[in-house]
Design a protein around this ligand. Structure first.
Ligand SMILES: C[S@@+](CC[C@H](N)C(=O)[O-])C[C@H]1O[C@@H](n2cnc3c(N)ncnc32)[C@H](O)[C@@H]1O
Length: 207
């Protein structure tokens, strides 16, 4: 299994991506046809930056990527990418900036909590981040848009899937081959967003 990790790690270096996680997004793109030129993409948990770099290549020349993370990216992004540093969970200013740049065709979330090694706690935090990505997706996606979100495997996956089914015509579970062998992550892809007024009673509808 080490060989598989080494392969994607080395491949990322060779392809000039700062993280091997880009190949998970590539697999999902191949399977679900996530990207189109000209799209606006929101990338949550974007650092060190490989997903945003890939997304920028796919939406070029007229598209746009908004990358958000607690940490600075490890790369200089191309002109199609704008980066906001902050917490999408607790920082109202960050959420407002995202709303100001809405709507988006596609929302990606590869956000992961700092794991502490206690499975139930790590899963619960991953679920919270995934639910926050869904919440933001409901605020900023265009009707027909897509949401692709990471969650650690566990009982909460079904809860997230159930929630997503209230907002998307189809929801698919996807386990990329390029995920690390020991990884407990899985991705849920919501297709064809159906905008409903009651999804959020915050100030969004007034903005
Ligand atoms: C697995 S990494 C993402 C890798 C990225 N997709 C790439 O390809 O380079 C997960 C990221 O989620 C970010 N993150 C976790 N919680 C966050 C939050 N509340 N707000 C913003 N970013 C968060 C972390 O800082 C971390 O950089």
């Amino acid at each position: 299994m080490k060989k598989v990790q080494d392969h994607y790690f080395k491949k990322a270096r060779k392809d000039n991506y700062p993280a091997r996680s880009v190949y998970k997004l590539k697999e999902m793109d191949k399977r679900f046809r996530l990207f189109r030129p000209g799209q606006k993409v929101l990338d949550l948990g974007a650092s060190p930056g490989s997903w945003s770099m890939y997304a920028a290549q796919k939406v070029t020349p007229s598209g746009f990527v908004l990358a958000v993370d607690l940490k600075e990216p490890a790369v200089s992004f191309p002109g199609q990418v704008r980066f906001i540093q902050g917490d999408v969970f607790n920082d109202a200013e960050v959420v407002q900036q995202i709303k100001n740049l809405a709507p988006f065709n596609l929302v990606l979330s590869d956000m992961a909590p700092k794991t502490i090694g206690i499975k139930i706690t790590d899963q619960a935090r991953s679920f919270e981040l995934a639910m926050e990505a869904l919440h933001l997706g409901r605020l900023v996606l265009i009707p027909g848009g897509f949401l692709c979100v990471k969650i650690f495997e566990g009982p909460d996956v079904e809860q997230l899937s159930k929630e997503m089914k209230t907002s998307f015509t189809r929801v698919k579970h996807f386990k990329p081959k390029s995920s690390r062998a020991e990884s407990r992550e899985i991705f849920l892809v919501g297709m064809q967003f159906q905008k409903k007024i009651d999804h959020d009673v915050s100030d969004h509808e007034q903005n």
